[in-house]
Design a protein around this ligand. Structure first.
Ligand code: GP9
Length: 407
């Protein structure tokens, strides 16, 4: 009976995302580069401090890309590894620990493995210890041809935990030059890692009142990463891959700066509990398509779990045989985003659970008024979210995809 519930949910999700509209297969056999950006949050996008844009290169790229401004990080304790897991498996993060560490050898329908079966060379790039977050083992299971880690890079820009993102990007693109096309390249940045302290000569912004505090340091780090991104785009163009590559950028998780005071000061307004919940969980998603098509700001709620099915849609690879729980961002249907905390967001309502987990003790918000509404209004979305989280947990823990494939 439980297995039937699992099968039913996968079937229901697959039916929702299967649509063969004009974007299906539009970028068949194009290269795909996905950059997962450390602690990149959405509230900095388009913002300035003392008259200077914090992310000028991202902002410029937005004008010729799809930008999802209501995109949520869905990570749990596995932080960066969870963002990677969710984005590639289209399953949820675990309620405790990291799937990369706890269940790295279980069966998943992962984006790189699927792309590999469709003729792509698949590579991961991250200039840190290869064993961190158990990546060596997990990436093997994900069918990457190669994982370029710390030892594969020349440390010609020591910064933060390891190599600075500028050099990391440059060296990664140099390596991509010799890859067979089409390729799938997954890059994880690192310089903007907590606690964001960088040498003074790399701090370019005038952060004024935030000078020498953690929030100001965060803005400096993001500004540095943005400049690195600008250089990355220039190099992609110089290497001749800009016109046949889908470029995807997204933030992995929040910046761990939980003091509301900083955000109120930065945004110049009072921040409600609902605002704070959204600020801490919204990360940017940008998809640049080779011919600058589909440009615009996309406001419907979406989350990291939706990334793989959406990219497969653009590449014309059907997902109906895959065990994924995400949506296809190119199919029009009502979506709800489930956070690992149990919070749920749709286009009208947000449910925020209370720490005791009792449904009635949580809050149901109306996004029109941004005020609380009758708690019963969120019941249906909460029940669906609880079911999906539970099924995802069981699939991961009991290796159910392997069982379903053997049936
Ligand atoms: C290290 C990096 C950091 O390899 O991915 O992970 P985090 O501490 O942000 O989860």
């Amino acid at each position: 009976e439980k297995m039937n519930a699992v099968k039913d949910l996968f079937t229901q999700k697959s039916a929702q995302r299967t649509i063969q509209n004009n974007t299906f297969g539009m970028y068949k056999n194009n290269n795909v580069i996905v950059i997962q950006m450390e602690a990149m949050m959405n509230f900095v996008i388009g913002k300035s401090i003392n008259g200077e844009e914090i992310t000028p290169h991202f902002n410029k790229l937005m004008k010729e890309s799809m930008y999802f401004n209501n995109y949520y990080q869905q990570t749990g304790q596995g932080r960066t590894s969870d963002a990677d897991f969710i984005s590639h498996s289209s399953l949820h993060a675990l309620p405790s620990g990291s799937a990369f560490i706890r269940y790295p050898e279980h069966k998943y329908d992962m984006l790189p493995s699927i792309m590999k079966k469709h003729g792509y060379s698949t590579n991961a790039f991250h200039a840190y210890e290869s064993s961190f977050w158990n990546r060596t083992i997990m990436y093997n299971n994900m069918s990457y041809d190669h994982f370029y880690s710390k030892n594969d890079y020349k440390n010609d820009e020591p910064l933060g935990w390891s190599l600075g993102d500028k050099s990391f990007f440059k060296q990664s693109l140099d390596k991509m030059n010799s890859l067979d096309q089409p390729f799938y390249s997954f890059l994880i940045t690192l310089t903007s890692h907590y606690p964001y302290t960088m040498p003074k000569d790399t701090q370019q912004l005038n952060v004024g009142e935030f000078s020498d505090n953690i929030f100001g340091n965060y803005l400096h780090a993001i500004h540095y990463v943005d400049e690195a991104l600008g250089q990355f785009v220039q190099q992609m163009k110089a290497q001749g891959i800009w016109d046949n590559t889908i470029l995807v950028l997204y933030g992995d998780h929040d910046n761990s700066i939980k003091d509301k005071f900083y955000y109120e000061q930065f945004l110049g307004k009072n921040i409600s509990d609902l605002d704070m919940k959204q600020i801490m969980n919204q990360v940017p998603l940008l998809i640049h398509l080779p011919d600058n098509s589909q440009v615009g700001e996309y406001t419907d709620p979406a989350g990291q779990i939706d990334l793989s099915p959406s990219l497969l849609h653009l590449l014309g690879i059907p997902t109906d045989s895959y065990h994924m729980l995400g949506n296809n961002l190119f199919a029009e249907h009502e979506r709800q985003v489930i956070l690992r905390s149990g919070a749920v967001i749709n286009s009208k309502l947000v449910y925020i659970p209370s720490p005791d987990g009792v449904y009635e003790n949580g809050n149901c918000y109306d996004l029109n008024t941004r005020d609380t509404t009758e708690i019963t209004n969120c019941r249906v979305m909460f029940d669906q979210a609880a079911l999906e989280l539970n099924i995802s947990d069981q699939v991961i823990q009991y290796n159910l995809i392997s069982k379903l494939d053997n049936d």
